[in-house]
Design a protein. Structure first.
Ligand code: PEP
Length: 251
């Protein structure tokens, strides 16, 4: 049985003062962490504040990125160890916005995943096809290529720290959520691919999240699909009421 997981990705939004008010709302629902993982990925600047507020609540923190080296002279970058120091147990990697706007290749994503694994972080590894790729019938091919390159040379112990997020690029930030059937098809494909490459245990234990314009109205029907284990929520996570509605729609 895979434990459900809901992740809020704030992207480049919210100030420390916003974070303080937001987390107060979420803490009222923190008893739900008995039943699912609730993870928040704020901007780096809000991490330490949230770490202190969520202490002993069961809510978990994620970084939105790490640098591609363990440490050193890389001005402006944040290391995996720094994320842990700031209270993170998770990191998002391979997000389409990083791929698109920061030229992150599959090879860079693979390097970051390897570093994050070795530093003991749980990884939410994002994959997804563009609209053109979907319309050309290339969805599975694109997903498989991203998975194969992103997870190259990782061993089963490292892979046990992994969750995969299927985030169709055409659904992110567009308001067009994938239908439950569209998402389920790709999740099933990801699980079958995982079984072929890494075996039944990996396929059955690895959580596969859906992300892309998830709203309180769409969350339940997505989570009702047998291969959707969690949700990665961008815009709707910025309003604490909507994020809590998404969490509560599962019950
Ligand atoms: C995301 O960026 O991971 C995401 C899912 O965003 P949104 O929910 O806004 O589409």
């Amino acid at each position: 049985m895979r434990r459900p997981i809901i992740v809020g990705n704030w992207k480049m939004n919210m100030l420390i003062s916003d974070a303080d008010e937001w987390i107060a709302g979420l803490l009222k629902n923190s008893y739900l962490t008995e039943a699912l993982d609730i993870v928040v990925a704020p901007a780096f600047t809000s991490l330490a504040v949230l770490r202190d507020r969520i202490e002993k609540s069961g809510i978990k923190l994620a970084g939105q990125n790490i640098g591609q080296e363990i440490g050193g002279s890389l001005t402006g970058e944040i290391s995996a160890t720094m994320l842990k120091d700031a209270g993170c147990s998770y990191v998002l990697l391979g997000h389409s916005e990083r791929r698109q706007y920061f030229a992150e290749t599959d090879e860079i994503v693979n390097k970051k995943i390897s570093i994050a694994c070795n530093q003991g972080l749980n990884i939410i590894f994002c994959v997804g096809e563009s609209l053109v790729e979907r319309n050309n019938g290339r969805t599975n091919e694109i997903i498989e290529a991203q998975l194969s390159s992103g997870l190259a040379n990782l061993n089963l112990i490292q892979l046990s720290q992994l969750a995969i997020a299927y985030e169709p690029v055409w659904a992110i930030g567009t308001g067009h959520t994938a239908t439950p059937d569209q998402a389920q098809d790709v999740h099933l494909y990801i699980r079958a691919w995982g079984k072929k490459l890494f075996g039944t245990n990996f396929a059955e234990s690895t959580r596969v999240l859906y992300g892309g314009s998830v709203k309180p109205e769409t969350s339940k029907s997505l989570m009702n699909q047998s291969d959707i284990d969690g949700l990665l929520v961008g815009k709707a996570s910025l309003k604490i009421r909507e994020f809590c509605d998404i969490i509560n729609s599962l019950f």
